[in-house]
Design a binder for this molecule. Structure first.
Ligand code: BGC
Length: 754
């Protein structure tokens, strides 16, 4: 049984690799001679020539990645000199990277340069908003620029590969890593994945300002059962293809050089040993030409999953499934050579992996320019332009959640403001959990307190109290009453509450997503004084804030906005910037609603609110606190005249959808106009709404613009149980509006078969 299974894997894999690499499958351990040498691209020809010179051990060396620490550094340098290491992670700084590179390039037999990887997630030293925040800007063009700046700074420091973007769709706010992704929607996630890949990789990968991107974590990592980090995922093939694969596919189509295989078990087969996703889909169906790196020791962890008997078995399963490079688990280095000699792993698999890795190194221009320019590093990071871009992105990432009676924007001439909350004066928290080298430039971080101080008129008194802190054990009664007393002395209180940066991100799952510690108690006490309260949230996931949403007049979601957090928040609080961000993830009313997302199925008994026997709760509405796509502004936008250029659409055609959007308020603003559809009857039930497009529209006061969408029929399909993308004729509803719950403007059309 085991043997037959293995044979099946090999057969599928060989066929897939042949297709993916354009080379003939080789059944023998010797690389197959190319039948058509002319067909090889110049890079492939170089790769082939180098591969032909390599011993088995040298080939395996390219498939190994280590993170050196002080105690292992010398040993690793020794291995690099013997061509036994292909890549290092967590080595940064031009000087340090060059030190290692010198060993590879000057002391090893083959002189193959090392590839340095690092988690440059939302900035290197200039830190941009965390991805979940950045994505609330719905601005792919700006996002691309930010990713490119991150690439420039990282590249100057010798880092030529980032483990980003994380494109895991997640509908699970308990999961801390929701902070690192694009939220709950696969279509939006795909657009943003494309922007990030293009930003990191630039127009030419061998440009000194470009670095290779890595779409991660392939796949399903964003759906851990009960939100617990690294937990199992279990989903249908339809859900996999409809929800979790699209952003990866988009990244591959955008030319992403690498992917990372995930930690999680997916339907019983761990993602880092999963032939179906890695070979059949990624390298086969999608024709991915780059390489796959494992997540940190995730190949070795096939043993803990109960999927491999021991480390050697894990190494075999990892490579056979299609993991080309082993991050930090040592199992490839320890066992692959033996596995090849025992004919348990055909050499073809090693050659295929090494080809992919070498190709990325050639694409990056590393063979010609292996070293970083030590004289340029400092001048290229934290430049004024980079910091200005970070401010712009931070401003656009802020989401205004509530603004009763136009409490915001505040007047700069207010006599006194109380700023309450330790997060308001924190330089570390704005950087988020993946702060990369941002902490080397803490002096550049603007806190919310400093942002407010530098915005108000000189006669305004800014009072500050740290209050009860954030963590459960930090809040004393004294700190609470000091906060209340401070608020009482001011005309308005800006309370900054939420999570510290380490409460989201990797290994930071929570079973409660309320405001932690005594923060809510403090907010209630301040509100009870009668001072108007503006709540500014700083957090890395949706929070449950039903009391605040009901009782406080103004709530600003500021997330972790990076180096320029304070200036961006102050710009919004005082109206220098009109907020335009919209949520990319649903905010539940309480934990029991999770998972809650806009694109749910209708069920057989949808809740219309009249009957007991409907799909609903007896103690809470089905609606969220704040829906996907939601965000307010200091102006109003009126939508009218929704029109379709046809009521029928052919499979090869496109529908033109237009709508008028008017800024009927008195300040300029940017509205994010969203287009949703519903396929009313299908052979696989379809969600009540699906986002298919959006547009950012800038409007002066009083201005009206006609917003136009081209909706190609190709966007109306779905994946069936056989994994095929199908377009089924039938009726569709369509909405254009301000968020996923906006039903003001609706129309319908037919998709016809010819
Ligand atoms: C994370 C990855 C990251 C890697 C290297 C892992 O624990 O899951 O996202 O790229 O570490 O730092």
């Amino acid at each position: 049984m085991r043997y037959r299974f293995m044979t099946a894997i090999i057969f599928v894999a060989v066929a897939s690799m042949a297709q993916a690499q354009g080379t003939a499958p080789a059944a023998s351990p010797k690389p197959a001679p190319s039948k058509n040498k002319k067909a090889l691209s110049p890079v492939d020809a170089k790769v082939q020539a180098l591969l032909a010179k390599m011993t088995l051990e040298e080939k395996i060396g390219q498939m190994i990645q280590y993170s050196p620490w002080k105690s292992t550094e010398d040993k690793i340098k020794g291995e690099i000199a013997k061509d036994e290491v292909g890549s290092l992670l967590n080595v940064y700084g031009a000087k340090r990277a060059n030190e290692f590179q010198k060993v590879a390039v000057e002391q090893s037999r083959l002189h193959i340069p090392l590839l340095f990887g690092l988690d440059v997630i939302h900035g290197y030293k200039t830190i941009f908003p965390i991805p979940l925040a950045e994505d609330c800007a719905w601005n792919p063009a700006l996002l691309e620029k930010c990713a490119h700046v991150a690439a420039q700074e990282a590249s100057a420091a010798g880092v030529k590969w980032t483990f980003a973007p994380m494109v895991d769709v997640s509908r699970e706010p308990r999961w801390g890593r929701i902070s690192e992704g694009s939220g709950e929607d696969p279509a939006l996630g795909s657009v943003l994945a494309t922007a990030r890949v293009k930003g990191f990789q630039g127009e030419h990968l061998d440009d000194p300002n470009s670095i290779a991107a890595c779409a991660k974590h392939f796949v399903g990592y964003g759906a851990p059962i009960a939100g617990r980090e690294y937990n199992t995922t279990d989903m249908s093939e339809v859900t996999l293809r409809e929800i979790h694969l699209p952003p990866f596919k988009a990244a591959v189509e955008a030319g992403v050089e690498t992917l990372m295989s995930a930690f999680n078990d997916l339907n019983g087969v761990p993602a880092s040993g999963n032939t179906h996703t890695l070979r059949d889909i990624l390298k086969g169906e999608w024709g991915f030409k780059g390489f796959v790196v494992s997540d940190w020791a995730s190949v070795q962890q096939l043993v803990s999953h109960g999927y491999a008997a021991d480390d050697k078995d894990a190494a075999a399963k990892g490579i056979l499934a299609g993991v080309d490079m082993d991050m930090q688990s040592h199992v490839y280095g320890d066992h692959l050579a033996e596995l090849v000699k025992e004919k348990k792993v055909p050499l073809f698999f090693i050659d295929g992996a090494v080809r992919r890795i070498l190709k990325v190194k050639y694409d990056l221009g590393l063979f010609d320019n292996p070293y970083a320019d030590e004289s340029k590093e400092d001048g290229l990071t934290l430049t004024k332009d980079n910091l200005d871009l970070a401010l712009q992105e931070a401003e656009q990432s802020i989401v205004l959640l509530k603004n009763e009676k136009n409490l915001l924007p505040l007047s700069k001439d207010v006599k006194s403001i109380a700023v309450i909350g330790s997060l308001a004066d924190s330089k570390m928290d704005p950087l988020g959990s993946w702060h990369c080298r941002g902490e080397d430039a803490l002096d550049k971080v603007s806190t919310i307190l400093s942002g407010i101080k530098s915005s108000v008129s000189k006669d305004c008194q800014v009072l500050y109290a740290p209050g009860v802190g954030v963590t459960v054990d930090s809040g004393t009664d004294k700190a609470l009453s000091q906060a209340v007393d401070t608020a009482k002395r001011a005309q308005v209180a800006v309370v900054v509450a939420g999570e510290t940066q380490d409460m989201s991100g990797e290994a930071a799952a929570r079973t409660s997503i309320d405001l932690p510690g005594r923060q809510e108690e403090m907010i209630k006490a301040i509100q009870a004084t009668g001072v108007p309260v503006v709540l500014v949230l700083m957090n890395g996931r949706p929070l449950t804030i039903p009391w605040e949403a009901e009782h406080l007049p103004a709530i600003v979601e500021s997330w972790f906005l990076g180096t320029r957090q304070g200036n961006a928040v102050a710009a919004v609080l005082f109206g220098d910037v009109n907020p335009s961000g919209k949520l990319v993830v649903t905010f539940p009313r309480n934990l029991g609603q999770i998972p809650i997302y806009y694109a749910q199925m209708n069920t057989g008994r949808p809740a219309v609110g009249k009957e007991k026997w409907e799909s609903k709760y007896i103690d809470c509405p089905n609606t969220p606190q704040f829906p996907f796509g939601f965000g307010l502004s200091y102006t109003q936008y009126d939508y009218s005249n929704l029109a379709l250029d046809s009521k029928t659409l052919k499979p090869s055609g496109a529908l033109k959808v237009t709508v008028d959007v008017k800024n009927s308020g008195s300040v300029a603003g940017t509205e994010i106009v969203q287009l949703y559809i519903r396929d009313l009857v299908a052979s696989i039930t379809q969600p009540v709404r699906k986002l298919v497009d959006f547009k950012r529209v800038e409007l002066a006061p009083g201005e009206t613009k006609t917003v136009e969408f081209d909706l190609p029929a190709s966007k109306l399909g779905f994946y069936n149980e056989q994994g095929k993308y199908v377009l089924e004729p039938g009726s569709f509803n369509l909405w254009v509006g301000r968020d996923s719950s906006d039903s003001t403007l609706q129309d319908s059309f037919q998709l016809v078969s010819k």
